[in-house]
Design a protein. Sequence first.
Length: 388
Amino acid sequence: TVPTLIPFHPRPARVRGGDPIHLSSPQSSPLPSPLLPRNPRSPIRPPPPVRQNSPTTESAAAAAAAAAEGGMASWLKALAYGAGGIVVAGMAALVALQERLVYVPVLPGLARSYAITPARLRLHYDDVWLRSSDGVRLHSWFIKHSPHCRGPTILFFQENAGNIAHRLEFVRLMMQRLQCNVFMLSYRGYGESDGYPSQHGIIKDAQAALDHLTQRNDIDTSRIVVFGRSLGGAVGTVLAKNNPDKVSALILENTFTSILDMAGIMLPFLKWFIGGSASKGPKVLNCLVRSPWSTIDAIGEVKQPILFISGLQDELVPPSHMRVLYEKAIQHNNNCLFIDFPSGMHMDTWISGGDRYWRVLQLFLDQYVPERQRGDLNCKADSGDDGN
């Protein structure tokens, strides 16, 4: 007999604590999946799935990176625009306000008008009204030592702040010690003068004052001496350079080399943009400065004798500026004298210098602007000195 074939159905094997494992052919069930235990308490843990970036994920990451870079670029651009705006604003302020920084006709808390006149100090004077070559009306004082004095006449140019009334005490003492006449000019925009101050305008004002003096018949026009302090020194240097036959000598006290050099001292952030010939910066804003007052350029062309007075404690103009001016002048002019005062500050060198200050001035005038030998009465005679 042929035996009957009974189909074999194997019982599924079990793993302790797990689900049955079906022994089936590889074609009917993938092998890895049923071999992995599903019981969470099983000591066998499946490995963490490996994540693969899909094209969509990579695109999103790239977009995020691009957005971040774009944000950084926008921030840098905004920063650049902001810095540029600050520079432009600074340039605009420099253009609009530079005259107010250089010229200060009215001191804070004081009126523009004269607080006193020479009469207050019992000085003989005339109010003199002039017209500059461009028509601006100017006020000045001519203060005469005595009616028949033939001594030197000092054409005095003041500093940048205040008016000529604030210098009257200095002028009174100068007249007493040097026996000279003094002409005090109010720059345009200062005191009772009309107009607004500027370099080109003040140069015209100074020329008008000198022309007036040369036409007077009550002074010795061969003994006109220009004296300038600080800004006034820059004014006087230009005037002496332009008038070698009318100005006998030049006195400079605590004067700067140029406004371009002073800009970085008064406003340190400007030193990167403005500077004189000795500056190492790019000097990109020099062209915007309307009042450069380059004394260093003019001093080399002055042919008259020059006295340099320097206060070594000057708190506004570095004393080195006066030394630089002197070194430039002696390259072309042998009649230069440099005197420093160790305790002298910007405005009080004439006070702290004491008698030595006035002796220096007197010796300079005696040497380079001597009194002419003539029969006219001189200052000493007017003062009551009979020579005995």
